[in-house]
Design a binder for this molecule. Structure first.
Ligand code: GLN
Length: 491
């Protein structure tokens, strides 16, 4: 499978048609889906019709010398927590099983306006709550590198779809790591944007102060292209920011002289798989060889990220999920009274993890406990944010592992929610601080499972991070390795 940029170049030159490209994508989905299950919905007919429209548009633009919309004719997939007009959107939940939204998320709308063809919706943990897609109501996604392992989550479907080369690019969301961690587990590149960089309008809300839209792609160059298209102020999201939009193109640097990369000591040490640490350290060597200055730094409040996040995110979720009551969206479990309709619909159609979080969040917000839990967590969140501010006075970027281990086995953590939460220790701080981060492949463990590393930057520094990752990806080829989920090594 081509990268998005490669595909667009061929499309623009007329060397391939959108129809051909979309057919190729659908064929690859058909072959691989039975093993991987990355998708909840595939809209083959609609995608082919749109591809034909795109081909007409392309032909006309070429004839008349008009400007070609940047994504015209490119097939993409969208995580099923981003609302898509006319395409079923479930958030991985039974409670939205038959919900067909009447509008597009702003991120989706912008990608469509740029000419992209939506081919389907990817699997996710229910309401993006999870780190493995095992919380999806519609079955787990299998990691294309080892079908017995999870792809990570919650954007596991998007990561697996890109890794298995079903689509060149997929949109995801990251509230506590949901773009970066599956990117790491599946050996793809994942961009988590600055909070407010891309409109959240139409992102089914989980933790509203943490939710961000992101991109999963084969490389940093494609992430930059999509960031450029989706970024920007949106009157429909009051927290979206009117900051200068980063350019769509990345320039590989000749060297990294003058760049300071901080390595937080709290992110290494106990509990991390030795192969993950050594791959990250090896990548740091590459950066050092290119002239970057690597220094040890401290983010002293890191150890509180897990408890703080698992108070704030469920608290916000408990409020956000109140709207799913069987009246407005999705299926309804009938009953005699209104209250019983609410109770039964929510009782029967929310999964166990969602209910757990609603209870945790409601408890943390309740009178008498608010100050001790939610209020306290907000204060510690400020300290975590300050850790980053202090660090970015000294360094340009922060380097860290994405997850303590490579992809774990399906079922390995399902009986122990706490163990699952602890997996998020390296990704949660960026969300609590609102800063951007990119996860990218830096090696494999001895089982052949991909290892990811993340670079985090100060607010709105996506372009700097992506440029550095791009420079790394010009010098190395970890991001070009492909899994062989069907064991036929056809490519
Ligand atoms: N794994 C984290 C959680 O379960 C993060 C999920 C996310 O980023 N959406 O909340």
């Amino acid at each position: 499978m081509l990268t998005a940029k490669e595909a667009l170049r061929l499309l623009h030159r007329g060397e391939v048609s959108s129809r051909e490209l979309t057919q190729e994508v659908l064929k690859q989905i058909e072959r691989t889906e039975p093993a991987v299950h990355a998708f909840l919905t595939v809209v083959a007919e609609q995608a082919l019709a749109e591809a034909e429209q795109a081909d007409k548009h392309l032909a006309q633009a070429r004839r008349d010398g008009d400007e070609i919309p940047p994504l015209l004719g490119l097939p993409v997939a969208v995580k099923d927590v981003l609302i898509t007009k006319g395409i079923r959107t479930t958030a991985g939940s039974r409670i939205l099983e038959n919900f067909v939204p009447p509008f597009d998320a702003t991120s989706v709308r912008r990608v469509k306006e740029a000419g992209a063809v939506i081919v389907g919706k990817t699997n996710t943990d229910e309401f993006a709550m999870g780190s493995s897609t095992e919380n999806s109501a519609f079955g787990v996604t299998h990691n294309p590198w080892d079908l017995e392992r999870v792809p990570g989550g919650s954007s596991g479907g998007s990561a697996a779809a890109v890794a298995a080369r079903m689509v060149p690019v997929a949109l995801g969301t990251d509230t506590g790591g949901s773009v970066r961690q599956p990117a790491a587990f599946c050996g793809v590149t994942g961009l988590k944007t600055t909070y407010g960089r891309i409109s959240r309008y139409g992102l089914i809300a989980y933790g509203s102060s943490l939710d961000t839209v992101g991109v999963l792609s084969q490389d940093a160059a494609d992430a930059a292209l999509f960031l450029n298209i989706m970024a920007g102020r949106d009157p429909l999201d009051a927290t979206s920011v009117d900051a200068p939009i980063p350019p769509a193109e990345l320039r590989a640097r000749d060297d990294l002289r003058g760049l300071k990369i901080g390595v937080p000591r709290e992110y290494f040490g106990g509990g991390i798989q030795p192969e993950v640490e050594s791959a990250v350290r090896a990548a740091l060597e590459v950066f050092a060889d290119m002239g970057a200055e690597i220094t040890e730094i401290s983010l002293p409040h890191t150890e509180y990220a897990v408890p703080v996040y698992y108070l704030i995110a469920p608290a916000e979720a408990s409020a956000n999920l109140a709207r799913f009551d069987g009246i407005r969206y999705g299926p309804r479990v009938p009953a005699d009274s209104m209250w019983d309709v609410f109770r039964r619909t929510r009782g029967r159609l929310f999964g166990a993890e969602v209910k757990r979080r609603i209870m945790l969040g409601t408890y943390a917000l309740s009178a008498g406990y608010y100050d001790a839990y939610y209020g306290k967590a907000q204060k510690v969140r400020t300290l975590i944010k300050r850790d980053f501010e202090t660090a970015f006075e000294k360094v340009d970027l922060i380097a860290a592992p994405v997850a303590p281990s490579t992809a774990f086995r399906i079922g390995e953590h399902t009986n122990d929610p706490l163990a699952m939460y602890l997996e998020d220790v390296f990704t949660l701080p960026a969300n609590l601080a609102g800063v951007p981060g990119v996860s990218f492949p830096v090696g494999f463990d001895r089982l052949g499972l991909p290892i990811g590393m993340q670079l985090m930057g100060a607010h709105f520094q996506e372009h700097l991070i992506l440029e550095v990752v791009h420079t790394y990806q010009q010098a190395t080829d970890w991001h070009r390795h492909q899994p062989d989920p069907l064991g036929d090594d056809e490519e």
